[in-house]
Design a protein around this ligand. Structure first.
Ligand code: SAM
Length: 251
């Protein structure tokens, strides 16, 4: 687990420092929101979980793998001054960048309702039963222990709390050579689970009402991380989809 997380961390430290993308930005997530803080969008997303979340004033929201803070800042404007959004990310450089962006966010919106915590999504630095909503955008596929991630999301949600996550899943098994490719792991492909296994891991963690809200064939050609995927673009076609999944904690 440590090895995988280390190489993912390295890849995303580089992204934060150089602001180059690692996951494909070919997600059709249409980030045209007037609530966007442009510096926080590094083109790393594979969906738009905020758009599918019914965020209300006063909600407590946790964003897993928050990167430079893009979804945190959008959600925070919807949750308002009585709400709070916590971004969690394991990469020091991403947390630094997100905190820098948070200062711009505060200047622009006069809101003081975001917090960024360094930590692993397999061991979320948040207490039990505190979140109304957990979101995540193109991150869980990078975890070497997805089962633990879904258990952790369940733990921090309040009863009836909701999870809306966008992620990459596989439509068919990857050939061994691609599966063992470290760069493709950081590029959000080779760590991904088969769609049915992904949904089954969510259900096993205890979630109810599990449903796919969006499923879109994922194209790796012309991906944001060309230096990683370009040579393999054609071979990667038709292996994966980007999905947005909803689930609810029972009561
Ligand atoms: C593809 S980027 C997505 C960033 C952001 N969600 C967005 O849409 O812009 C993945 C992010 O997840 C973080 N990450 C990956 N694995 C993680 C883990 N196991 N625990 C915490 N953060 C992780 C990386 O540091 C990186 O910032």
């Amino acid at each position: 687990m440590k090895d995988v997380r280390l190489s993912v961390k390295k890849a995303y430290s580089k992204v934060a420092k150089n602001k180059i993308s690692c996951c494909s930005s070919d997600c059709g997530c249409g980030e045209s929101s007037s609530l966007l803080i442009s510096e926080s969008d590094l083109g790393l997303s594979c969906g738009n979980p905020v758009a599918f979340s019914k965020i209300k004033n006063g909600m407590t929201i946790v964003d897993l793998g928050s990167g430079a803070g893009k979804d945190v800042f959008i959600a925070a404007q919807l949750a308002g001054k009585n709400g709070k959004v916590i971004g969690v990310d394991m990469t020091e450089e991403m947390i630094k960048l997100a905190k820098k962006n948070a200062r711009k966010f505060k200047e622009k919106t006069r809101l003081n309702n975001v917090e960024f915590k360094k930590g692993f999504i397999e061991d979320i630095p948040v207490k039990d039963n505190v979140a109304d909503l957990v979101i995540s955008n193109c991150v869980i596929n990078l975890s070497p222990d997805k089962k633990k991630v879904f258990e952790e999301i369940y733990r921090i949600l309040k009863p009836r709390g909701e999870m809306v996550v966008s992620d990459i899943v596989l439509d068919k098994k990857l050939p061994k050579k691609l599966k063992n490719d470290k760069d493709l792991y950081s590029a959000c492909l080779s760590g991904a689970l088969l769609k049915k296994d992904y949904l089954s891991a969510i259900k096993k963690a205890g979630f109810k009402n599990v449903k796919i809200l969006v499923s879109k064939k994922y194209s790796f050609s012309g991906a944001g991380c060309d230096h990683i995927t370009s040579g393999k673009g054609n071979r990667l076609k038709f292996f994966a989809s980007s999905v947005t999944v909803y689930a609810q904690k029972g009561y």
